[in-house]
Unconditional design. Sequence first.
Length: 147
Amino acid sequence: LTELFGSQLFKADGSTVGVEVLSNTPVIGIYFASPGCPACGGFTPLLIDAYNQLREDGRSFEVVLASAGIGISPLLDYMVDSEMPWLTVSPQSGKANALLNRYKIRWVPTLVIIDGASNIISMTGREEVMYYGTAAYEAWLTAGAGG
């Protein structure tokens, strides 16, 4: 996971946590989004609702925002304004661009679902959240377990 995200992740309040906070998480969403994206503005609240519901239900699920071409201050403002409860890669680290290239992201918003070992579970997480809501988690968990 350090290879993907770097050693430090940011919270919306500007504080940092070590990437090891993700180490026992079986389902991780990498959320590709940007502040000026109208479709992101429509999808982000759906993802926040699903995220919060899964966490309230005791599910082990985390989201990491990857937004390229933006400074840390505007990025944190975007997270606060959108009420994003999750983490983000440092924009200065180059990790957002590396993730965009690794997963061949062509547009935002895109939600890539991986397991704790960085294996791809789903490249269509956005659509799955839109159609199935929190029920998508069970399919991700099963797929991530090799089932």
